[in-house]
Design a protein around this ligand. Sequence first.
Ligand code: 1CP
Length: 345
Amino acid sequence: MKTSDSIFLRALNKESLKIPPIWYMRQAGRYMPEYRAIRRKFKNFLDMCKNPEVCCELALQPINAFNLDASILFSDILTIPDAFGLGVEFLEGEGPVFNNPIKTSKDITNLPEFNPEDLSYVYKAVFNIKSALPSNIPLIGFCGSPWTLAAYSIEGKSSKDFNYTRNFIQQNKDSAHLFLEKLTNACFQYLKKQVHAGADVIQIFDSWANLLNEEEYNLYSMCYIKKLIALLKEDEETSKIPIILFARDPSFSTNKMTESNSDCLSLFWNIDKIDKSYLQGKVALQGNLNPKILLEDDNLIKAELNKVLNIFSNYPGYIFNLGHGITPDINPDKIKFITELIRSQ
Ligand code: 1CP
């Protein structure tokens, strides 16, 4: 089968399908014992990401365990800040820590030019994964949104509210925009290389979209996502690659996300801001079971799953996914359970 005939690409092309394609955000990760066995061998998570053979093995683990309809590159969104020299480290049990975060506007003007070749380990992983996958399973490449990458780079770590970053941006508006511009160009070059190496689809993760009100979102996030998508749509090599945009819990209507010109929206689990009739025909939709439901018993999972399927089953271009990533406390048997349940409908 040609990759373009796969149910994942057909759904991204807004086709109505009886059974939706299925994949899960963070489908490779700590909830899987197979993952933990490999993870144990590396002190710093990013060292594991720098090993293309290991990344290939990790990306295939959920495909082999659950027979999913799409594979995602095994890597992380923070490879770009690392390539800018910000010294990203992930230590066991902790989130990311930056050894050289952005502290002043000078740090932004003095950033080295982004060299996409510094991330050649990622393109090698893409090539290896694509070569190992059967042709009916497309490979998703990805990056963080410029705003989400800037938030980590300025804060220097993860945070609940990213207050330090918000203050920095207020006090250094021009430099903040310069930084977002640099990140946008880096994301474009990075994604182009991933597509060149074999990625069939691109997902942009705006994981900190929830921190901004609509006005701030326009200014600091949407504006740069739009630029990034325009660059990809104008480039000969990437113009035909479907783009999925994930935004975590935006404070405004999901309709706004269509301004990005992405082909598909990956929906957070709350549905009150989703206007299906507006979105239909404009974008494919992906989502959006609350991952926490997977900690409940099978009857409750089934009821909540049916609610999601009832909302989206007739939508032209529907992909089943969660509203955010699988968390380490989820039992892999539950992933198997819902995958089989969806396919038995
Ligand atoms: O110690 C470990 O084992 C590290 C756990 C882990 C894993 C498995 C991290 C650290 N990253 C990843 C892989 C990863 N990250 C993938 C590929 C795996 C897959 O999806 O199958 C992807 C697509 C990401 C993307 C990513 N990294 C995002 C966007 C998605 C989202 O969840 O919103 C974000 C925000 C990150 C940053 C990140 N990476 C890891 C951590 C602990 C964090 C910080 C999260 C936070 O700020 O709370």
